[in-house]
Design a binder for this molecule. Structure first.
Ligand SMILES: Nc1ncnc2c1ncn2[C@@H]1O[C@H](COP(=O)(O)OP(=O)(O)O)[C@@H](O)[C@H]1O
Ligand SMILES: [Mg+2]
Length: 504
């Protein structure tokens, strides 16, 4: 199928067409200084070709989210672990979904490793899924830098490898790279060299002009014309575009990016005291940190649940003079648990001590505490701490409870607490909360516990590309995310350290 993508117009007003099928096997390089209209050009090309070909857009600035809305592309966010992203990429190829990989707000180094994991996933798809696909990479010099810059060698190696694979070996796999860069001299040579089609926009620096002339097989004088190009005007050359260099004016677009050309605004009228009041106003109440409160406790109810988790025991006959029904007695036991858990200090007291407490409470209420032995008590305490209620006690929970048997008794509660958060898609408890549930004051204990449970195959705990910790309960696939602590934006080193501290 021959499809001509309408990029805009050539000098005589004729449409400037790009042969889409040819593009798939010959790739494209767009270069031009900042503001020359590269992102606009990519947008035009992607809009015009969206109905005909599967697309993936690597979007460092979150510019293409509106595009995704309009054309039905999925947005893949960076709150995914490397393994998840890889899996998502494989499914994208299998199901031929068009996507935008949104890398907005990430450190350069994280953007690189995130894009690399995604591209590698696309690249490693099964042979049966090698369908043709356009891969657009804006600001490609970020992902395939010519020289080591501020990022670590490791990040550069991984990202450059993925970009090189895309441009050099992607064709056989149906992947066609479209890369745009503002500085040709900053883009790795082998990545630029694999494109056979070029769209050259306004270029000021001699070194970039020399590289452009080199790639296009022009002399330096011919390349001088790039200096005088207007924004939105490009010189096109290549098998999918034109056999001879031809000037193209890129047409309009249907969607809008968020970055545009900055323009001057008149300054605000407010000044003096009015401005002072605006800037130094006190924080509204909702911005203040919430008062410290005890975690909300859920009632563990019904005998039913106990029946599931406690080994069946023969019940002694109720005391002859006890007029209360079984349900009433069960409710009293509930109350005892609730009361014990309401005391924050109880987290730090050893289970045998709590058990003695429990028995005392039972005696006071004239209950047969001994119906619950120590092991059953511990299990039930874990469930209560994790907030597992009778209403939850379905088959999935049973799977989780069975899995928890592989752990030492005193860890089971911690595992159930994680499972509870994951089940509810709630925030994952942090190290300190995990340690507390284990009866320890030391947050490092929380880390240890997660590592231990991961080693035994009960869960995985990994960092996603936003630095959040993702805990997945393996028996059910439930997933809880612990948000990374906000850090100062400029403190890249702290961020890196934080990321490392969430690796296991
Ligand atoms: N062909 C065009 N027609 C109309 N406006 C354009 C065109 N090309 C670029 N612009 C505008 O110029 C500004 C800069 O373009 P942009 O694509 O962001 O440049 P770059 O990505 O090269 O830095 C944007 O506001 C964009 O809307
Ligand atoms: Mg741009």
């Amino acid at each position: 199928m021959k499809v001509a993508v309408d990029l805009g117009t050539v000098a005589n007003g004729e449409p400037a067409e790009l042969d889409l099928e040819e593009l798939l096997s010959t790739r494209l390089l767009v270069q031009g200084n900042s503001g020359s209209g590269k992102s606009h050009l990519l947008r035009r090309l992607l809009e015009q070709s969206a109905p005909y070909v599967q697309q993936a857009i690597i979007d460092p600035e979150g510019d293409f989210v509106s595009f995704a809305d309009r054309f039905g592309h999925l947005v893949v966010d960076a709150d995914r672990t490397p393994a998840e992203l890889q899996r998502i990429a494989l499914r994208i190829r299998e199901h031929r979904a068009s996507v935008v990989l949104n890398l907005e707000g990430l450190d350069a180094e994280v953007q690189m490793s995130c894009a690399a994991a995604f591209l590698n996933g696309l690249f490693e798809a099964d042979h049966a899924h090698w369908f043709p696909m356009l891969i657009a990479v804006d600001e490609a010099q970020l992902f395939a830098p010519a020289i080591a810059g501020e990022v670590s060698d490791e990040a550069r190696k991984v990202s450059l490898g993925a970009m090189t694979n895309l441009m050099c070996r992607g064709r056989k796999r149906g992947l066609a790279g479209i890369v745009a860069t503002q500085r040709l001299a900053k883009l790795a040579k082998n990545v630029a060299a694999e494109a056979s089609n070029f769209l050259m926009g306004r270029t000021f620096l001699d070194i970039d002009m020399a590289r452009a002339a080199d790639l296009l097989g022009m002399d330096r004088k011919g390349a001088e014309r790039f200096r005088d190009l207007e924004p939105g005007h490009f010189v096109a050359l290549g098998p999918a575009l034109s056999r001879r260099p031809v000037a193209v004016r890129i047409g309009s677009v249907e969607t809008r990016g968020r970055t545009g050309r900055p323009s001057l605004l008149s300054l605000p009228e407010a000044g003096g005291q009015a401005m002072h009041d605006l800037i130094f106003a006190a924080a509204p109440a909702e911005d203040l940190p919430p008062p410290v409160s005890r975690p909300v406790r859920e009632h563990v109810s019904t005998h039913d649940l106990l029946g599931r988790v406690v080994a069946a025991r023969e019940k002694p006959a109720p005391e002859a003079d006890d007029e209360r029904s079984e349900a009433e007695r069960a409710a009293l036991v509930e109350d005892i648990f609730a009361e014990m858990l309401a005391d924050p200090a109880s987290a730090f007291r050893p289970v045998p001590v709590l058990y003695q407490d429990f028995l005392t409470h039972c005696r006071l209420k004239r209950l047969r505490g001994a119906e619950t032995d120590m092991a059953a008590f511990r299990r039930r305490l874990s469930l209560a701490r994790a907030g597992v209620t009778a209403a939850d006690a379905d088959e999935a929970w049973q799977t989780v409870l069975d899995a928890s048997d592989a752990l030492p008794e005193d860890m089971q509660g911690v595992f159930l607490m994680l499972a509870r958060a994951a089940r509810d898609s709630a925030d994952c408890p942090d190290d300190a909360a995990l340690a507390r549930a284990y009866g320890s004051h030391s947050p490092s204990r929380g880390r240890f516990l997660l590592g231990y449970m991961a080693e035994r195959g009960l869960l995985t705990a990994e960092a996603d590309f936003r630095g959040n910790r993702v805990v997945t309960i393996l028996s059910t696939g439930w997933r809880a995310v612990q948000k990374a602590k906000p850090l100062k934006l400029d403190d890249a080193r702290a961020r890196r350290a934080a990321r490392q501290s969430t690796k296991f």
